[in-house]
Design a protein around this ligand. Structure first.
Ligand code: DQA
Length: 145
């Protein structure tokens, strides 16, 4: 089973970006650890990060060809992107939205997610562990579908 791990804008800055909020691990650290965890589930990861909205839309569309589901951290686009929301709805793949921080206890504008309503669930606030929890939730969902 292949699962896409999709990250949005500024997630490539992890490690140095507001570490008091997002932690000190880099995206490479997180993907490395997640890949090891995925192996224990028998899952192969397809990973992609972009700062460009349209590239994320295209990645979601392409995932339809070979992935069973998507773990997505749309980052700031969570709160603004109708295009990413529509892409998730269009492909019909099960998606889990993840966030390092708890978007619900931060600024007001972060509390609303345009993408969560088209996902099977959302995990926020567990730092890098949000990705593992999201992957496990998605894996179990796909297995039991
Ligand atoms: C984030 C939360 C978003 O509000 C923010 O714009 C990000 C990161 C998180 O993982 O906590 O870039 O998605």
């Amino acid at each position: 089973m292949k699962i896409m791990i999709l990250n949005g804008p500024n997630i490539n800055m992890l490690g140095t970006r507001e570490p008091e909020i997002y932690g000190s691990l880099t995206l490479d650290d997180i993907i490395h650890d997640l890949t090891e965890y995925a192996k224990t589930l028998g899952v192969e990861l397809v990973t992609f990060q972009s700062n460009v909205e349209g590239e994320i839309v295209t990645a979601i569309q392409k995932a339809k060809n070979d992935c069973a589901g998507i773990v997505i951290n749309p980052a700031a686009y969570t709160h603004t992107s109708v295009a990413i929301r529509d892409a998730i709805a269009a492909v019909g793949l099960p998606c889990v939205e993840v966030h390092l921080s708890n978007i619900h206890n931060r600024e007001e504008f972060r509390k609303n997610s345009l993408t969560a309503p088209v996902c099977i669930g959302q995990i926020a606030g567990f730092g890098a562990n949000s990705y593992k929890l999201g992957l496990k939730g998605l894996f179990d969902f796909i297995k039991s579908a």
